[in-house]
Design a protein around this ligand. Sequence first.
Ligand code: DGL
Length: 286
Amino acid sequence: MTSLLTALERDRPIGVFDSGLGGLTVAAALARRLPSESILYFGDTARVPYGSKSPDVVRRFSRQAARLLLSRDVKLLVVACNTATAHAEEALRQELEVPVVGVIEPGASAAVEATRTGRIGVLGTSGTIGSGAYDLALRRRLGEDGRVYAQPCPLFVPLVEEGWIDHPVTRAVAAEYLRPLEEVDVDVVILGCTHYPLLRGLLQDQVGSDVRLVDSGEETATAVARILADRRMARTDGPPVHSFLVSDSPLKFREFGTRATHGLVVDVSHVDIDGFGLHTERLENG
Ligand code: DGL
């Protein structure tokens, strides 16, 4: 009986949420790292972007997303969105009964392991960079001598969503954003936004091959694998079942998702997020 229950527990999906479709880079990394784990993904496509919104609003949206996924019985929650991690991870960890994994700590930890000079650059949305969350996570690990150079890159998200992945305009924007980091000679740059791994080739060309790019999503998948193994919650055999929920029409998500994840995104449905979960006292007070 106990082992049957444990098996059922292990079969529960990993919940992943993001402001929209960018978090599919994190879902894809999870699927590569943990091929038998099912993923239940929520993309808040009706309210994207989070990167330009205030911390309070992002926290409220994140709580709703988390409650939605918990109501569908996920065993662990991945906050795939860097901006949501920056503003809401701590609150979610305190409030929820499942493990919560954000993308910032794993990204910062990998960057500190990779640097030889202690000079690290971070790229992110205005919200993520403004929150100082990467800065804090890096400085805690680097100590006094470390240097962190943070650069908001708000134009990258719309450019990626437009499909301008290898486009002269995106190259010109990248040159502008990355110039300050080149001037201070960083040796590691964190891709601190869900969309930036899709610009990896272009960004690597810009910073040169001596600079190591760290993908927070990939590092998060490794952190999730470790947590599930430690808690004996990992599903290690059998095919997974992936499902995707979105708050706007599934059409664009399905189209982008099929292209960006090579077949991971198939089953996409709409869910009404307005007002979801706002009835509990904690949510109203938070
Ligand atoms: N998912 C967001 C992040 O990683 C980028 C898109 C947005 O601004 O909502 O910060």
